[in-house]
Write a protein that binds this ligand. Structure first.
Ligand code: SER
Length: 326
């Protein structure tokens, strides 16, 4: 589908949605979900690089956008006048540890550009993802509460915690309707994560369907909160569709679904593929994982806007192997 020109009345409808970071693990699937839900030409995908995914490019408009380029962002907001902006572009935990200054710049300045532009252009709603990485080694690890000691010790986590406070500030000072979720590790078969500490839980399924053993970069017994992508998409759409008065937390909501360790994923896979083997070679990502919660208390999300996950580990494994096997 050709990108609508600014003269196209369709781009002037109040119904447009802009997804920034649409080529990423979440962006790819969220854009597709939004295009299923709404008129595809009203869902504008944007990323700093051209998409490899055919659908992203052809099912609706695609625009190149470096979110650090405020001029270009303003131009797209003038052109499409979106009522919602999903700002997903960021460096994940492991990559940001390797590029700390760029990680901070992209994660922080990118968010501030979007928040400032949203106020300037009167954007109805902004979505921005936070993460379990806002917690740190001093945080209670089991059933980590919504409000607790944070003290993140990764660049990614520090940027997410600061970002949450900025979201709350823009809501309070400017009335901006910005909403956010603290995602656990996200697992899906359609897209690959890039540079996260929870990536092993995606990689392992790819090895399993290739008939290969998996060497895990986290050690056995490393429990982390995780979530299957359909649940993450549902949560994202639910929090954005909830009436504003139901959104009582304007930093970011804890969001839980399941918690498991690598050997439990392996066991879940072995129900289908008894020969599947896992071994362990922990690297620098182990320290990051050790600083994060093992499980999450998401009572506030359940109470405020009815969050209810659908997938546990075995159900996710069944679905992952089914789709990756095709
Ligand atoms: N999945 C992310 C990471 O591992 C956490 O938000 O960096």
């Amino acid at each position: 589908m050709p990108t609508p020109s600014p003269a196209d009345p369709a781009t002037r409808l109040p119904g447009n949605i802009l997804v920034i970071g649409a080529c990423g693990q979440l962006g790819l699937e969220l854009t597709a979900a939004l295009r299923q839900l709404y008129e595809p030409r009203c869902v504008v995908a944007a990323d700093v690089r051209p998409p490899k995914d055919e659908h992203l490019l052809h099912d609706g408009p695609f625009e190149l956008l470096d979110v650090l380029d405020r001029t270009r962002l303003d131009k797209l907001l003038r052109q499409y006048r979106p009522r919602q902006v999903y700002h997903l572009a960021a460096l994940l935990s492991a990559t940001a540890e390797k590029n700390p200054l760029f990680g901070w710049q992209l994660n922080m300045d990118g968010l501030l550009n979007v928040l400032e532009a949203a106020v300037a252009h009167g954007i109805g709603q902004v979505y921005w993802p936070s993460s379990i990485a806002v917690f740190g080694p001093d945080t209670p690890r089991e059933h980590t509460p919504q409000l607790t000691i944070m003290n993140p010790n990764t660049v990614y986590g520090i940027s997410k915690l600061a970002g949450e406070q900025w979201c709350e500030w823009y809501h309070r000072k400017h009335g901006l309707d910005v909403r956010s979720l603290r995602y656990p590790g996200l697992i899906g078969y359609k897209s690959l994560p890039g540079g996260g500490t929870t990536d092993y839980a995606v990689d392992i399924y790819h090895k399993a369907v290739a008939g290969q053993p998996y060497e895990c970069f986290l050690e056995a017994g490393t429990y982390l909160p995780m979530m299957y992508m359909p649940d993450a998409l549902q949560a994202t759409l639910d929090v954005m569709h909830a009436p504003a008065e139901r959104i009582k937390i304007r930093t970011s909501y804890n969001l839980g679904a399941m918690s498991f360790a690598p050997e439990e994923v392996a066991a879940s896979i072995q129900r289908h593929r008894p020969d599947f083997q896992i071994s362990y070679a922990p690297d620098q990502r182990q320290a990051i994982a050790n600083s994060w919660p093992a499980s999450i208390d998401d009572t506030a999300a359940r109470q405020d806007w009815g969050w209810q996950p659908q997938f546990d580990l075995d159900r996710m494994t069944d679905d992952m192997l089914l789709h990756l096997g095709k």
